[in-house]
Structures are given as C-alpha cells and as structure tokens.
Ligand binder design. Structure first.
Ligand code: UD2
Length: 296
C-alpha cells in the first residue's frame, strides 16, 4: 500500500468547515482532466502542513546560477528561507560555474544548501536548455531514495509569500503569468512543425512556465529526459524551439497532463501590473537587464 497517497489528518485538528457552495468563482480551480488549480483561498495551509508533517518528506529545489546570474542567488536563497516549505526538510541544489561566489546563507534546521559545479557557456539558450539534462542526472545519481519531491526554479526570482505543501503533486506545472487569459492563438508555443515542441493551432490547455515546475522524482525525471532528448534531436537538425526547453516542456505537458497546476501566484513577473484574480504573489521574476547579464 503506497502511504504517499493517503491524506491522514491529525486527530486534534480543528478548522472552519469547508463550504460546498462557497469558494473562488472568478478563476478555474479544477481542470477538465480534474487536476486542481491552486489559488489563494482554495486550500487550508495549516491542515495541509499537518497532513504532510508526519510523513517527514524532503523537498529538493534546483536553481542554476551560471555566469552573471550568480548575482541573483543571495536574494533567491534568503527569501526561500522565509517562504519555501518553512518547517520541512529542504535541500537546495545550486548549479554554478562560480562556486566561490555562492553566498553563505544561514539556513534553518533540516535545510541545506548543496552547491554543484557546472561548466559555463557562451550561449544563454544552452545554459537554459541544459538544465533539463542536469536535473535528470541529479535525480538519477543523487536524489532517488533520498527525496520525495523536486521543484526546478529560475534564479532571477524572489519568494514573496508562502510556497508550501499545497504545491505537492506527481507532475506540477505553473500557469505562466503572461498568457493566462489568452486563447490558443495567444499562447507562445513553438509553431514550426519541424520542431519536436510543435503545437498545432488547435492544441494546448495553458501556457506553462519553464521557470518553475516540479513533482515526484519519477515524473520530473521523465519530463526532464524527454525535454532534453527532444531539444537535442531538434538541435541536430539545426532547430531551436522559440523558448528552448520551455517550449518542449509545454509540448510535454500537453501530452502528459499535469496532476496539479499552480496559478500564476506561483510565478508572477515584477514588471506586470497586478491582475484582480491574483490575490497574493508567492514567487516572482525580478526585472532584469538581459543585455547586461547574458553572456552574449
Ligand atoms: C524564460 C523562462 C525560463 C526559460 C527561458 C527559456 C520563466 C519565468 N522563465 O525566461 O525558465 O524557460 O525562458 O528561453 O518561465 N541562467 C543562468 N545563466 C545564464 C542564463 C540563464 O544561470 O547566463 C539560468 C538562470 O537560472 C535563469 C534561467 O537559466 O533563471 C532561465 O534563463 P532566463 O532567466 O534568462 O530566461 P527568461 O527570463 O527568458
């Protein structure tokens, strides 16, 4: 019997009765394939934490800080301490070519910073896409049997409010903040039929972020492996999808429906004006000067 599928509530837990007829009506909270979409007001954080705590889960996060992106790492890590799975076992794997510049962050008990060396590159597209291969290898070589869930996050971002147990699932995708009200023709998928990331005009549920995704080790390993293989096979034919591995991730999630979706609260963009549906921003991409920070 797989313990991980049981939601055992603590006996003394008291909380307000959920209502069948009240709740968020301004947003989709369940997809047509019956995956929950997590928005503020759809979950009880205390109840969820109490359900997950006895399982003593460990959550891994990967973050890449290659080249000048190392400058974003300190704020990312400090805000993760404040908001990301507070009170749980968390291992943050930092992949960098500048190990001596990894900041010393004071971390709470049960939380670890684990720097890993990766080569530098002159192409930001390569740095971004190669993450998938490195994530696959990390899961296979180090995480199996040690970690329960993994999230893969962009470094040029900050945690601003709770990101916790409500986000756990087998295959977890974040709805991209830039396109969440658009129809299919307004989703920035790869549109070239030659690419393995191709999405036809009548395909697509949502546009998902490349900058935040996660799930169980099994599911994320398969996602990373598939995206990297398709990215590499495209490259051999001199094809690069419009948004690199993000395009391939979107193709993958169209075929392999995520079991849980996180609303754009889980990856907002600081430059974007706040939308009324977004009652809280949990994680957001900072405004950056691409010309200044990318290698070329
Ligand atoms: C989008 C995606 C990003 C990726 C990219 C692909 C979001 C919010 N972001 O962001 O995840 O899919 O499109 O084109 O969905 N990096 C380095 N050093 C570099 C360049 C990149 O460490 O020189 C790492 C770093 O962790 C960064 C990530 O790669 O956060 C993504 O690169 P980006 O932030 O430049 O990509 P961006 O903002 O176009």
């Amino acid at each position: 019997y797989n313990q991980s599928f049981r939601h055992v509530a603590p006996e003394q837990q008291q909380y307000e009765k959920p209502s069948v007829v009240k709740g968020r009506t301004d947003v989709m909270t369940i997809t047509p394939w019956l995956a929950p979409v997590i928005w503020e007001g759809t979950f009880n954080p205390v109840l969820l934490d109490n359900i997950y705590r006895p399982r003593n889960i460990t959550v891994a996060a990967t973050v890449f800080a290659v080249g000048k992106y190392i400058r974003f790492l300190k704020d990312f890590l400090e805000t993760a301490e404040q908001h990301f799975f507070v009170g749980f076992n968390v291992n943050i794997y930092v992949f960098t070519d500048r190990p001596t510049e990894v900041p010393q962050i004071k971390m709470a008990a049960g939380r670890q910073l684990l720097p890993r060396l990766v080569p530098s590159s002159n192409r930001w597209q390569e740095i971004s896409a190669r993450r998938m291969q490195i994530i696959q290898k990390l899961i296979e070589d180090e995480l199996v049997d040690q970690t329960d869930y993994i999230f893969c996050l962009d470094v040029d971002s900050l945690f601003r409010a709770r990101w916790g147990t409500e986000s756990l699932g087998d295959l977890v995708a974040v709805i991209h903040p830039g396109y969440f009200k658009n129809g299919r023709d307004g989703l920035d998928y790869e549109r070239g039929p030659a690419s393995r990331a191709y999405m036809a005009p009548d395909e697509g549920d949502f546009y998902y972020c490349g900058g935040a995704f996660g799930g169980s080790l099994k599911e994320v390993r398969l996602l990373a492996k598939t995206c990297y293989e398709n990215f590499t096979a495209d490259a051999k034919e001199n094809i690069e999808a419009k948004w690199q591995e993000e395009s391939h991730l979107n193709r993958y999630m169209w075929i392999n429906k995520p079991s849980k979706l996180l609303s754009p609260e889980y990856l907002w963009q600081d430059f974007a004006p706040r939308e009324p549906e977004v009652q809280i921003i949990r994680f957001s991409g900072i405004v950056k000067n691409y010309a200044e920070i990318r290698p070329n």
